[in-house]
Write a protein that binds this ligand. Sequence first.
Ligand SMILES: [Zn+2]
Length: 243
Amino acid sequence: MHSINDAAGKILSSRQTVALTGAGISTSSGIPDFRGNNGLWKTYNPSIYAHINTFRSDPALVWELAFMLHDLAASTAPNEAHVALAGMERSGLLQGIITQNIDSLHQRAGSRNVINYHGTVDSAECTFCRIGEPVRRAALPVCSICGRTMKPGFTLFGEPVPPSAYLEARNLASYSDVFMVIGTSAVVQPAADLPFIARENGAFIIEMNSEETGLTNYITGCFIKGPVEQTLPLLVNKLNRRN
Ligand SMILES: [Zn+2]
């Protein structure tokens, strides 16, 4: 079963539907896949600019990348795929989004229950006091309590996923009846575990990607091929007609 009709039927009979999103949902908003051929990691070597060890030795270098990502996200807007998911949540057909993206475009599209699995570019945090605050585009952000240089609010290489996001995401996945994998090949750990946790707990997997992934012929129950900014609005149309 590989059609939008089938996916809509599963979602309409589900009590808890959860979406895991990745780079593919934001590319048409103008945010390149970091890992792609024209990806940011070709310009900014992540083992230098995005590594926790660099933050410890030369935080200005990491903030150079963080300010660039902050400005990039601020210059873009949510696309039809983000809007479609926000609409599903408002209609009671989507209970949560787990996103690997750090661009906050789900929130800007109106989604409310969003787990930022890798943090966001909008915030800075003190690794000592654990306080967070919005990124202000100035000199290096300094903690107002202890005076230390704050860290960008997204997960750097060599760092674990924020523990609260990790636990909340596993919970959402394990209690879902339908688990949607959208715009991601879900190969980066530990997010890669989430579709399998959902499947092991009985969820039906709907995958929406422009190309097949390692999940497609393995645990995916319904594969909808195509750019998600086109396929997600089609799915929402179907849902609205049958809801
Ligand atoms: Zn502090």
